[in-house]
Design a binder for this molecule. Structure first.
Ligand code: GLU
Length: 507
């Protein structure tokens, strides 16, 4: 029987979710949707030292904002819960003990100080200390004790860890869906800690046990976890769970826009782009980080941009809805090599989504901003403005700021522009224009264009000689869309009012 596709996003709540994390969540989500499977959210919070309050809520909110609906997990529930590892504490011990019993793991009583001293000693000889088959026989662990000695230590409550007994010199040929065959030699790996006597499992044990118990079919995660793959596969083997072991896919890194290496949160601050989906204030340092949401990105644009960081549809198409992505997504089209992050491309995506939005929807967003400033404007006109102006902007906020001149008369006139266009003979000309504007009632583009053009031609003037100061009077500067559009939108009364004000202000 075909196995049901079940994938999980398993972040550790150690801070805000980086956009690389969101991409991992997205690829898991798309994979689940593509195969009609389940998308789980599991919170891996076994490392209490790295726990950041608020991080879990942040992760959940971010997924929601991105539209990545969780089928099962923290915040949603489900039959394989609890989905927060700290609430599953009791589960892990028996599995650690099972490995000890089957000879795949052992107790180790070496203190942190002892191991540190060993590490230093090795460094002194130019070697690296590894707790493994070569060193473990000389160390303080249950492999070198009689059952009585072990029992005595345990009865006395001596602190211990349980370590995985990494096989010696075994070449592991493993399969990764994205990378194909990957080889590891077990001699280079150490006897990782699986469980600590404080009752907490480490990431490796909890992760494997949970993936097994939660019936995960595919593990899709970042490349940084590839080095853990051999240990994970060996753990499945040691538990006797190889038959139902998930398939693995390690996603390529997201690289800095320039230079080498992985995109870091510092790159965002340095180059002025967000690396987090939403704003985040570090509760410890108070440091504030920008978010795509607050910076005015549409979630659809953000997701579209992320989808193409490492995946390609095999065509030239770049704009995809989440549904389309779900239909087209496959791990076979995920690249092995790193994906360079391009902040300008992120803006480009937002622009594409902005211009594709119905004007009514954009108008709602603009009206919200207007209302927030205690202003209002006729909805139909705001829609006109959006349709007229949206091509120029990447963000609604830019449109809003730049289109302020529609909503309110200029408070001041751009100095450079008025100096350039408001000449000695301008007031007389503008007075004449004002009379002309008073004499007509039809302010449609077609009519004002006709009437004003005829007047200009009749006077044998250059178009710019009239239109430039007219623009300064109405808008306050020499930029903006066509003047006939502007006065059609603001209407006769407002046009006359602005003209009169300019004539009494500008000298
Ligand atoms: N908790 C790990 C992380 O924070 C999960 C890695 C995995 O998906 O196995 O990325």
């Amino acid at each position: 029987m075909e196995r049901k596709v079940r994938v999980r996003f398993a972040p550790s709540p150690t801070g805000a979710l980086h956009l690389g994390g969101v991409r991992t969540a997205l690829f898991n989500y798309l994979f689940a949707r593509h195969y009609g499977g389940d998308f789980l959210l599991r919170i891996e919070d076994t490392d209490q030292n790295r726990y950041v309050p608020g991080a879990e809520e942040y992760i959940i909110e971010s997924l929601k904002w991105c539209g990545l609906t969780v089928d099962e997990g923290v915040g949603t529930g489900g039959e394989y819960g609890p989905y927060r590892q700290s609430e599953r504490k009791e589960i892990y011990k028996q599995y650690a003990l099972q490995l000890v019993e089957s000879g795949n793991a052992y107790y180790s009583f070496d203190t942190a100080e002892e191991l540190d001293a060993l590490r230093k000693e090795c460094e002194g000889r130019g070697e690296t200390f590894i707790y493994n088959a070569r060193s473990r026989s000389g160390l303080k662990n249950s492999l070198n004790m009689t059952p009585e000695e072990l029992k005595a230590l345990l009865d006395n409550g001596a602190p211990y860890v349980i370590r995985f007994k990494m096989p010696e010199n075994e070449v592991l040929e493993l399969h990764d869906i994205i990378r194909g065959e990957v080889h590891f030699n077990s001699s280079l790996l150490d006897d990782k800690v699986l469980y600590k006597s404080d009752g907490m499992p480490t990431y490796h044990l909890a992760n494997i046990v949970d993936d097994h118990l939660m019936k995960i079919s595919h593990v899709i995660r970042g490349e940084e976890w590839l080095p853990s793959l051999p240990l994970h596969v060996l753990l499945y083997r040691a538990f006797g769970w190889e038959d139902t072991m998930p398939q693995f896919a390690h996603l390529p890194l997201i690289l800095k826009p320039v230079g080498n290496g992985k995109l870091s949160k510092r790159d965002g601050n340095k180059m002025g782009f967000p690396v987090f989906p939403m704003e985040f204030t570090d509760p410890e340092t108070g440091e504030k980080w920008h978010g795509y949401k607050e910076d005015g990105y549409f979630p659809e644009a953000f997701i579209n941009m992320l989808a193409l960081l490492g995946w390609n549809p095999g065509t030239e198409q770049e704009i995809f809805s989440l549904e389309e992505l779900s239909r087209l997504f496959s791990l076979e089209h995920v690249n092995k090599s790193g994906a360079r992050f391009n902040p300008d491309k992120a803006k480009w995506f937002n622009h594409k989504y902005l211009i594709a939005k119905p004007d009514a929807e954009l108008a709602t967003l603009v009206l919200e901003k207007l209302n927030a400033q205690g202003m209002t404007f006729e909805r139909a006109k705001v829609e006109r403005i959006c349709s007229l102006m949206k091509e120029r902007y990447n963000f609604v906020e830019e449109l809003f700021q730049d289109c302020m001149f529609f909503f309110s008369a200029p408070q001041e006139y751009n100095e450079k522009d008025s100096k350039k266009y408001w000449k000695e003979d301008t007031p007389a000309l503008m007075k004449e224009l004002l009379e002309l504007l008073k004499s007509i009632d039809d302010y449609s583009f077609a009519n004002t264009e006709k009437v004003i053009s005829e007047w200009i031609n009749g006077k044998q003037l250059g178009f710019g000689k009239v239109m430039n100061p007219f623009r300064v009077a109405i808008i306050g500067s020499a930029k903006g869309p066509h003047m006939f559009d502007v006065i059609e939108i603001i209407g006769k009364e407002e046009t006359l009012r602005r003209m009169e004000k300019a004539l009494s202000t500008l000298k």
